[in-house]
Design a protein around this ligand. Structure first.
Ligand SMILES: Cc1cc2nc3c(=O)[nH]c(=O)nc-3n(C[C@H](O)[C@H](O)[C@H](O)COP(=O)(O)OP(=O)(O)OC[C@H]3O[C@@H](n4cnc5c(N)ncnc54)[C@H](O)[C@@H]3O)c2cc1C
Length: 464
């Protein structure tokens, strides 16, 4: 997120902060949150999500090697039967005390139909990028990281940013879905179209997607630019930047008056590699400023402006799969809502104001993205483009305020939650947000009448 020069500034801040308040810092940095035991009373091994807040002790674990193996697990294993991707969701979609399945052994590109790639659902995005590039092709867009499985991305409507670019499920033209009845259903816009509308975003609640056919684009170089500027300026220019750039997002940095912008545009220019990752140093500075100055917002702001405000822009040129996703080594919990575009920046401003007024412990930048419309029944982008706002909390910090203070703002402005990120909505509220909610429930009941795929979280979500 910041240039090497800024990283040096960031390093300097650590020194200043350490010199000015090492003891203070040591007493303020929080201990590790308690970890659940690694086995339960019946010797079942712990499963835990990336951030650590969702966990379970599945009675049975399996890693089928083919579709027949997936079907066998779905039909015969102890319910609830859940499929995990990379475990990068924050909501309790995956936890089960029944059977947990991974598709890690059912991965890779299985073939091509013209420029559409037929991809096994266990494939991680980080593996898919280079595999498509071998044929001169690429995914149109990628999320912030590339650790997720394709099946997991479809499970929760995972997306990147770009006003004209859809979430990953928008590129799916056909699917194979293994169900608890033992069938493997092929679906696309013509064949089983209702299942296709439901399955492209389905939270692992209809069956296991074993394979998807994906539209791809030419694997062009992208020019990446990252620059810091006053938040006011970023807000004023955001709409024109979404219109201008292939991919554009910005991070509003609370308590600093600053924003970090990131754009990517196609280019024929030669590759210019990214420098080493400096995002963690940037976060560390923000955390230390929080620790040192949390009771003095003006001091925090002026220190941040002095340290980060004059950061030099970062530039890099390379293939999209190398630039669009980055590493996120600092763990966090997150709430992200997708808002009608007319309310996008208004909601963001209210979120920033609320955090600055009430939560001096927050230091993570707030991520602001744009996603194009699609028509998938449970897609947050169904029916119109959406602007997303994502609030992150360090994994050691309290995140209850996301539900108490931030979610009401998102709901007031017509937001729909990211399925994989924190929210507290249940069937009654969700039915009001999704015009095809009941159509989805009907397909779910048809494909899994006994609810073998439903864990407690999904039962509540669907009102079963
Ligand atoms: C550091 C970090 C960065 C992130 N960045 C972004 C981002 O930029 N954009 C964004 O939109 N999200 C982002 N996310 C959220 C993440 O992309 C989603 O939560 C995604 O679903 C995780 O994929 P996974 O493979 O880990 O799936 P899991 O979390 O393991 O599973 C997610 C859901 O998909 C279901 N599922 C998995 N495989 C299949 C299958 N084969 N068939 C049917 N259902 C299946 C699961 O049962 C579950 O319901 C981020 C998360 C983290 C931790």
């Amino acid at each position: 997120m910041i240039s090497r020069r800024t990283a040096m500034v960031a390093g300097g801040a650590s020194v200043i902060v350490a010199a000015g308040g090492g003891v203070y810092l040591a007493s303020r940095d929080k201990p590790e949150p308690p970890a659940p035991p690694s086995v339960d009373g019946q010797n079942h091994l712990l499963w835990r999500n990336w951030s650590g807040i969702a966990y379970a002790y599945p009675a049975v674990r399996s890693a089928p090697r083919d579709e027949a193996g997936v079907v066998a697990v779905l039909q015969t294993s102890k319910a609830p039967v859940r499929v995990a991707g990379a475990g990068h969701s924050f909501t309790a979609l995956v936890p089960t005390d029944g059977a947990l399945m991974t598709l890690d052994n059912i991965a890779g590109v299985s073939g091509w139909q013209g420029d559409e790639a037929v991809v096994w659902a266990g494939t991680r995005l980080g593996v898919l990028g280079p595999a498509l590039a071998e044929r001169g092709r690429a995914m149109a867009n990628l999320p912030d990281i590339n650790k997720q499985s394709l099946g997991g991305c479809l499970g929760t409507a995972t997306h990147g940013t770009g006003a004209t670019i859809q979430a990953i499920h928008g590129d799916v033209t056909a699917l194979r879905l293994a169900t608890v009845s033992g069938e493997v259903i092929e679906c696309d816009a013509r064949q089983n179209p209702d299942i296709f509308q439901a399955a492209r975003v389905s939270l692992g609640a209809l069956g296991v997607i074993t394979q998807a056919r994906l539209k791809t684009i030419a694997n062009r170089n992208l020019h990446r630019r990252v620059w810091v500027e006053p938040l006011e300026e970023a807000l004023a220019k955001a709409e024109e930047r979404w219109a201008k750039h292939r991919n554009f997002e910005f991070y509003a940095v609370p308590f600093t008056g600053l924003a970090a912008n990131i754009s990517h545009d196609e280019t024929d220019a030669q590759a210019k590699p990214r420098g080493p990752d400096t995002d963690s140093a940037f976060l560390e500075v923000l955390k230390q400023l929080r620790n040192l100055t949390r009771f003095s917002a003006p001091l925090r702001k002026s220190a941040a402006e002095a340290l980060l405000g004059s950061a030099e822009p970062e530039e890099a040129i390379g293939q999209g799969w190398k630039l669009l996703s980055t590493e996120r080594p600092v763990r966090f919990n997150e709430m992200e809502y997708h808002l009608p575009v007319e309310n996008h920046l208004t909601a963001l401003k209210e979120v920033v104001e609320t955090i600055e007024a009430k939560r001096p412990d927050v230091f993570f930048p707030i991520e602001v993205r744009r996603i194009a419309a699609d028509d998938v029944w449970l897609s947050p982008f169904q029916g119109g483009p959406r602007g997303s706002v994502a609030v992150h909390c360090h994994y050691k910090d309290d995140y209850d305020f996301l539900f108490e203070l931030i979610q009401p703002i998102f709901l007031k402005y017509g937001g729909r939650p990211h399925w994989g990120k924190l929210h507290s909505l249940k069937a009654r509220e969700l039915a009001l947000l999704y015009p095809n909610w009941n159509d989805f429930l009907e397909v779910r009941r048809r494909l899994d009448p006994d609810g073998r795929l439903l864990n407690p979280y999904l039962k509540e979500l669907f009102g079963v």
